[in-house]
Design a protein around this ligand. Sequence first.
Ligand code: SF4
Length: 381
Amino acid sequence: MLDTSLELSSTKHDNPNIKKIYGQFKSEISEELEKFHVPGKQNSMRTKQLWNWTFLGGVTEFSEINNMPKELLNQLSKNYTLSRNSIAKEQKSNDGTMKWLIDLESENNSTNNQIETVFIPEEKRGTLCISSQIGCTLNCTFCHTGTQKLVRNLTAAEIVSQLLIAKDRLNDWHKNNPNNVRKITNVVMMGMGEPLYNFEAVKKALQIMTDFDGLALSKRRITLSTSGIVPYIERVGNEIGVSLAVSLHAAKDEIRDILVPINKKYPLRELINACENYPRIKNSSKITFEYVMLKDINDSLEDAKDLIKILSNIPSKINLIPFNPWPGSNYMCSDMKKIREFAKVLLDAGFSSPIRKPRGQDILAACGQLKSETIRLKIKK
Ligand code: SF4
């Protein structure tokens, strides 16, 4: 590990009645301004100014805004804030991956209120992996997060806040970067939690992130990953319109029932059918299938052939993920030779099947390793 953890503290806003500006749609901000008697044209101008300062300027205090009436900003500051959630810890891996442990507000002062957000820099892009829940209900047996009970769903503001925090820490704001060469180019909803069990907040957050007057992230550069909550899959395509990834990990129900237990509720036949009908497929978008390589569990050539069979009608990319062990995990990673053979069978059948390079392993930031620090400390005791 290059840069060991930094303990950081930032302004806390623990008053639950104070709303975050960046968790609001433009229409909601406009309604609020109407309450302050900001009329018609002026209202849309002020809304846009506030939106620009928030999402292009990256301001964290109303006092930094210099082209809006002070009185209006004062009124807004009584009910709204631009401050972020606090960073409890920042870590940087020797491969450049960064991870933030973020404190969220809790009603009863519970300590189980932390999430993790990870930035993975690559040559041509920078991907931010965002969490949607504190903990998870789904208990996928290869996943460290799955061992942490669900505490609660995140709000839309808490989801957007992760992107703003990463932009703050990476100095990735438009004002510092007039040529608009972004460090964060892609967002993946693959952190802690099942995003489709927090559908409305995730939808709102992604709609805010893609709004053209603000962060303007392209929908093609956002991927929502689900373990297979079938009834919501069509809605992701129709209502959010981002790329879809599915945590598949097995091509037979008897294996997937163990690895991804939600499979007992939504078995492979239903999941594959939902993917075949995913609205964005018609626009020639591929669905990404995540497949963690577990020694002697799902890594035989027979498994590869089963995978080809079930995905035959879906434009697919299959990401092969060498298993990232975590303390207490019961699985082992498949041998590299076996993973390459597995990938070749898929490739020969016409599937793009990259083997994912493990990133941020030294700071437990790799896929399936996220878990809040509080829980880890409790386990160590
Ligand atoms: S893989 Fe995703 S859905 Fe499954 S336990 Fe982990 S965080 Fe939850």
